[in-house]
Design a protein around this ligand. Structure first.
Ligand code: C5P
Length: 244
């Protein structure tokens, strides 16, 4: 199993490479995986990814690729060239993405239902039935397509583990330390709830990047991850083994 320090992913949702670099520098060795999403990538392009990879960090490129399979496959090959470790996509193009990633260490993650969505919003998109069933359905399709894992809310993790097993990554955004502002997130849980439920990774943005002292906010979350992981190991549940 990878060290618990590799289970915290910090979302660099800022508008410049300089602002991203400031956060990365302030977090030092306490964080190894950074998520580059639409805001930073649109502002700065691939150089920001190259710089992070060049400095020894892992990059989760969260651009949620959703296009025809041929286009997604081409984009995935470009991301692999950049040295990206994880990236996100959805629906039918996933198999093309997995094939384009090849046997390299690039992991394709499928986005299930956004953590900012609640049940009524999901139903407005035309999905009937409940939200957990929709997450399970999408996750099952993604794993059949060969994806390394899924992005979901931690609220669905126990159902995912029960139905689909333990041999895949579950990455949870929408994580908030107790008492933190929820912002636009709807299906929120704490770091320890996510880890205890069976998440392999958690994504945290604003509670770290907008904190007065990002390093101490990251340390506190890291401690919470460590304590939850120890507790989970003591409970000797079979969670998260070879999925790393
Ligand atoms: O600041 P906050 O902790 O809410 O950031 C969460 C990050 O995770 C954002 O970059 C958001 O785009 C991303 N994300 C999410 N829900 C998903 C997939 C990605 O919140 N299902």
């Amino acid at each position: 199993m990878a060290a618990n320090t590799h289970r915290l992913i910090v979302a660099l949702d800022v508008s410049s490479a300089a602002a991203a670099q400031k956060i990365v520098t302030s977090l030092g060795e306490s964080v190894h995986i950074y998520k580059v999403g639409m805001q930073l990538y649109t502002a700065e392009g691939p150089q920001v990814v190259r710089d992070l990879v060049g400095s020894g960090r892992q990059v989760f490129l969260d651009l949620k690729y959703h296009d025809i399979p041929n286009t997604v496959a081409s984009v995935v090959r470009e991301a692999a060239q950049l040295g990206v470790s994880m990236l996100t996509g959805g629906a039918k193009m996933l198999r093309a993405a997995v094939e384009a990633a090849g046997p390299k260490s690039l992991k394709i993650l499928a986005v299930t239902v956004l953590t900012s969505m609640d049940e009524s919003e999901l139903q407005q998109t035309g999905v009937s039935g409940n939200l957990v069933d929709q997450v399970l359905r999408l996750a099952s399709t993604a794993l059949d397509a060969g994806c390394a894992g899924v992005v979901s809310s931690a609220r669905e993790v126990r159902a995912l583990r029960a139905k689909l097993g333990h041999n895949f990554l579950i990455v949870n955004p929408g994580v908030r330390p107790a008492g933190a502002d929820h912002g636009d997130q709807a299906r929120v849980v704490t770091p320890s709830e996510a880890i205890q439920a069976g998440a392999t990774h958690i994504v945290v943005g604003r509670p770290i990047t907008a904190a007065k002292d990002p390093a101490s906010a990251a340390r506190a979350i890291q401690q919470e991850i460590n304590a939850a992981a120890e507790q989970t190991a003591k409970d000797s549940s079979p969670h998260v083994t070879s999925a790393y």
